[in-house]
Design a protein around this ligand. Structure first.
Ligand SMILES: [Ca+2]
Length: 272
């Protein structure tokens, strides 16, 4: 019983901190959302080494969802060089996507009713959008989707870090489903779906790009060849474990897929 009381006290304290942080972050995002972040030109580390992938297989390979997972497509870990580019600091929100549909008459996400998103979810990431929906939005906004390489550099910076904040996973940094405690906190906070952009202030890369480990998976402009070719998704979602939150993780989906766990952010050439 004493242990239960202690746990309750600790978790209640954490809930308070977590919810307050979320409120603070929401206020911040309103002023920062439209400013793109400049990712400077230069080298960065992409992918994972064969040893890192062997460790992932050892740790996750026996779970049903990762039994046949193609971790090997993260190999090799190597240096790449990219030109400078801009990237959105947050995932595209319902409100932003609503303005796009209003101006263009573009089809609404299928779960919207009455011509718009649900009530207070204007600052949540838009979901149920395909890669082509995301591309059309980006064109309207004078932007484009980031390539997989651009997305990965914006998340892990130049030092090859595993997560946007560093090499060590911390379930309190991102909107993920990685620990029972995090799930309890999420439930008490009403966080049981995609969250307000920037709900997890710790999920931020050295460049100041938010929600790259969690919240929703994100479309990129890149594809994995095949029949049919698949689009590369980066980052984890609120339903995912930490393995998906690694910046090197390469998820993929048919380009016309629409899901409650997939959204996107935009990029732009730096010389525009
Ligand atoms: Ca994300």
């Amino acid at each position: 019983m004493r242990q239960l009381k202690l746990f309750t006290a600790v978790s209640t304290g954490l809930v308070g901190l977590s919810c307050l942080a979320a409120l603070a972050a929401t206020g911040t995002t309103k002023t920062m959302r439209n400013r793109m972040v400049l990712i400077p030109a230069g080298e960065y580390l992409t992918g994972s080494s064969a040893e890192e992938v062997a460790e992932l297989k050892k740790r996750y390979g026996k779970r049903d969802m990762y039994k046949d997972y193609p971790f090997d497509r993260e190999v090799p870990k190597k240096k790449k060089r990219l030109k400078a580019f801009y990237i959105d600091p947050y995932e595209v929100t319902n409100e932003e996507y609503y303005r796009f549909t209003k101006q263009t008459g573009y089809a609404l996400p299928r779960h919207w009713t009455g011509g718009r998103y649900e009530g207070s979810k204007g600052d949540h990431p838009v979901t149920y959008v395909s890669q082509s929906d995301a591309i059309e939005y980006a064109k309207w906004a004078g932007k484009r989707l980031p390539t997989e390489d651009e997305w990965e550099k914006a998340a892990r910076s130049t030092d090859g870090r595993v997560f946007p904040w560093g090499n060590r996973f911390d379930p309190f940094k991102a909107a993920l489903a990685d620990s029972d405690l995090k799930l309890i906190i999420g439930a008490l906070c009403g966080v049981n779906s995609a969250n307000s952009a920037g709900v997890a202030p710790g999920d931020v890369s050295p460049y100041g790009v938010h929600d790259m480990a969690g919240n929703v998976r994100e479309w990129t402009a890149s594809e994995i060849p095949g029949s049919p070719p698949m689009a590369v998704l980066k980052g984890g979602a609120w339903v995912d474990l930490s393995v998906n939150a690694r910046a090197a993780h390469r998820e993929s989906a048919p380009k016309n897929a629409r899901s409650h766990i997939i959204g996107f952010r935009c990029a732009k050439d730096a010389d525009d």
